[in-house]
Design a binder for this molecule. Structure first.
Ligand code: CA
Length: 224
């Protein structure tokens, strides 16, 4: 899952990026509202963490512009002041949730999981497909015969495959979401991680497999 972090306080931004990446998210960090709008236009994010007090364009204006453009991306606002007015304005302007600084890491992660799963119409942190269950909070992939904690890239890729069961996901789409548009990752890196995932699925006795469609992409299919 790719998140946009909009926070002008460099040290906080750096700390949050490390925490989010450690929890298997891909993160783009920007430091003002103008940059945020440019990134939001260029990339399809799964969620945005948006500070209110920002240089150039403030967080509320970013949010209003985003919603005026018809974007439904989940937005979690960070409010420095614990003032009720800020929160009300944020929620009324289209924020999905807010968190007052300072906050606990565990709460931030839980709120990100909550807002992104509501978008997918999912009731809990478990994604299911065939005999596979992927726990989005612990990164644990399990079948009736075993379980394993997936590494970051493999987790993100399988989450994408399990979230859109019928759609083909191209190598380019994997690169955009997991590595980022401005990364210089090549398609063969995607193949390496796909083959690692295939090995894990086989070891766990999965009844679904990753099927490659020529010139199209990848999707999960029942093992025949
Ligand atoms: Ca700020």
């Amino acid at each position: 899952m790719r998140l946009l972090l909009v926070e002008d306080e460099r040290s906080l931004s750096k700390a949050l990026t490390a925490i989010l990446e450690g929890n298997h998210y891909s993160v783009d960090a920007v430091y003002d509202g103008q940059e945020a709008l440019a990134y939001l236009e260029a990339t399809d994010y799964d969620g945005v963490i948006l500070d209110i007090m920002l240089p150039k364009v403030d967080g509320l204006s970013v949010l209003r512009q985003l919603r005026a453009q018809g974007s439904h991306v989940p937005v979690l606002m960070l409010t420095a002041k614990s003032e009720v007015e800020d929160r009300v304005l944020g929620l009324d302007s289209g924020a999905n949730d807010y968190l007052a600084k300072p906050f606990a890491t565990a709460e931030l992660l839980a709120r990100i999981r909550a807002m992104t799963r509501i978008r997918r119409g999912q009731g809990n942190n478990l994604l299911r497909r065939g005999n596979l269950t992927l726990d989005l909070a612990s990164f644990e992939l399990s079948t009736p015969t075993g379980s394993t904690r997936l590494p970051n890239k493999e987790f993100q890729m399988l989450e994408m495959l399990m979230s859109s069961p019928s759609a083909l996901i191209s190598a380019g789409r994997f690169i955009e979401t997991v590595w980022g548009l401005d990364s210089d990752v090549e398609t063969n890196v995607v193949w390496v991680h796909i083959s690692c995932l295939r090995r894990i699925l086989t070891e766990l006795g999965a009844d679904v497999q990753i099927r490659a469609v020529r010139n199209g992409g990848y999707r999960l299919e029942a093992v025949r």
